[in-house]
Design a protein around this ligand. Sequence first.
Ligand SMILES: O=C(O)CCCC[C@@H]1SC[C@@H]2NC(=O)N[C@@H]21
Length: 194
Amino acid sequence: MSTAAAPIRHGVVLADLLPATRARDIALVAGGAVLTGIAAQIAVPVPGSPVPVSGQTFAALLVGTALGARRGFLSLALYAVAGAAGMPWFAQATSGYAMPSFGYILGMLLAATVVGALARRGADRSVLRMAGTMALGSLIIYAVGVPYLALATGMSLPQAVAAGLTPFLIGDALKAALAMGVLPTAWKALGRKG
Ligand SMILES: O=C(O)CCCC[C@@H]1SC[C@@H]2NC(=O)N[C@@H]21
């Protein structure tokens, strides 16, 4: 796979290539939330940690990059608010906000917004750029999720890192590698057509 950026219009994200209507934006925002909820069900408990391995990070960062900052924020906000209000689409079909992993959801909301803003500047056009985008997005998720985990459980910060960051690094790297393939490939395919 080439690491060269696809030659296509600047200042647009993938979703902008669809015909611009309000219905498009509503469907994209709702669809991004549903996709994140489905990815959250691909979850594996981690022994000794209240935080599971889950597919959410992949979905949330993909939604942000593909939809852009505004729709990415709205999509993850819909996901967070509906889940907090009782929709059982957090990891392992849970809901609510009184759980130690809720900080990761808030981190995903922030991360989707940031990677969406970067994608509009071309950060999703090549494998190398996507690697940086995914790394930054993951960093944001942990920067919110790990301190929240420490506060919610009474763990020390090192304990929270051991329970809420270390066990996930390999899985998150694999998810990032997948996303690094998906977005630049989509741009390349669309660039060839254009
Ligand atoms: O309870 C939830 O729905 C949130 C789960 C958060 C899982 C976090 S996100 C970052 C890290 N990577 C994973 O695969 N799991 C954790």
